[in-house]
Design a protein around this ligand. Structure first.
Ligand code: NDP
Length: 329
């Protein structure tokens, strides 16, 4: 039997964490022969709820789940962990300005970056979901001074999957028929869902849909999908977000399909003219636990201006949190 993989989930008693923990523990992230140790981290006020999650996990009698640690202590939560999935974040409270929210969360992710640096496996892979996810990933990475920025990513996979769903629905094809979707940029309203490289059973997507539909309907719908779900359910999306976490980590760890790619927020290396260091969503291929940004994709003027708009927003977010970034990061 394989050695168990240790996976930390922060904010594990929250909506997304609750939807995620059972999927990870039942083998959907790493496969049916990979034992799991879950380390579920919460803030002290949410510990009682977390104990309930622990009881339910126990009641599932999941054969792959070798141990579950429930804690409010980051030193225990991140101890020797192989994968840290950072979901817990402060929601915007009434009257709070966007910059204040970014700063409040920045403090949490700076602390978590330091704790991961000190306690996690030196090969740890970190996925940030808590918003503003791209900038929180930058802060955590910058504060994990012994780890490489390539070990930190942020999630745009839900936006990627939403775009696949929209396109499949519009063209009356299966999601499995579509390859080469891209989400560029920030996980925010400035993100750019780009179907310009998409193939549907080998046919360019733009042979099957009009640019007007993409610009007037598809892109705004993906950008506002979170709000649409809140309006319908009275609650934010959680199951689809957890599903996207599973997809993101599984592809990162186990690889992407030949001939296809996925979207991940990663530290820019200057690809496509994006400032180095900002965590920007690019198309990536993954193999053996490493990702590579897909190079050489042609971008027209409109594409480039959309990338620049999102980059500008990320540079503004970075400026807001600059005091929490150790020099040079
Ligand atoms: P959720 O589990 O619904 O969301 C958690 C975070 O994920 C939020 O920042 C949310 O952003 C973000 N997110 C990213 N993508 C999505 C998406 N598609 N849909 C919804 N959210 C998305 O929040 P809960 O309030 O239910 O749970 C948060 C948990 O975190 C609580 O249990 C709380 O105790 C814990 N927590 C931990 C902290 C810490 O570790 N120090 C600090 C604060 C809270 P957005 O708000 O923009 O929707």
């Amino acid at each position: 039997m394989k050695n168990p993989i240790k996976i930390t989930i922060t904010g594990a008693a929250g909506h997304i964490g609750y939807a995620l923990a059972f999927r990870v523990a039942s083998g959907q992230m790493f496969g049916p022969d990979q034992p799991i140790i879950l380390r579920l981290l919460e803030i002290p006020q949410a510990l009682s709820s977390l104990y309930g999650v622990g009881m339910e996990l126990e009641d599932c009698a999941l054969p792959l789940l070798h141990d579950t640690v429930l804690t409010d202590d980051p030193a225990i939560g991140f101890r020797e962990t192989d994968y840290a999935i950072l979901i817990g974040a402060k929601p915007r409270s009434k009257g709070m300005q966007r910059n204040d929210l970014i700063l409040e969360n920045a403090k949490i992710f700076a602390m978590q970056g330091r704790s991961i640096n000190e306690h996690a496996s030196k090969n740890v892979r970190v996925l940030v979901v808590g918003n503003p996810a791209n900038t929180n990933a930058l802060i955590a990475s910058a504060n994990a001074t012994d780890l490489h920025p390539r070990q930190f990513t942020s999630m745009t996979r839900l936006d990627h999957n939403r775009a696949l769903g929209q396109l499949a629905n519009k063209t009356n094809r299966l999601v499995a028929d579509i390859t080469r979707m891209i989400i560029w940029g920030n996980h925010s309203m400035t993100q750019y869902p780009d179907i310009g490289k998409c193939l549907i059973n080998g046919t360019p997507a733009y042979d099957l849909v009009t640019r007007d539909w993409v610009i007037d309907h598809m892109i705004p719908r993906i950008q506002r999908r979170g709000a649409e779900i809140i309006e319908a359910r009275g609650l934010s999306s959680a199951a689809s977000a957890a599903d996207a976490v599973v997809d993101h980590v599984r592809n990162w760890a186990l690889g992407t399909q030949e001939g296809d790619w996925v979207s991940m927020g990663v530290a820019s290396d200057g690809s496509y003219g994006i400032s180095e260091g900002v965590v920007f969503s690019f198309p990536v291929t993954c193999k053996d636990g490493e990702y590579e940004i897909v190079q050489g994709l042609g971008l027209d003027n409109l594409d480039q201006s959309r990338l620049k708009t999102s980059e500008k927003e990320l540079l503004e977010e970075r400026a807001i949190v600059k005091d929490l970034l150790p020099k040079g990061r």
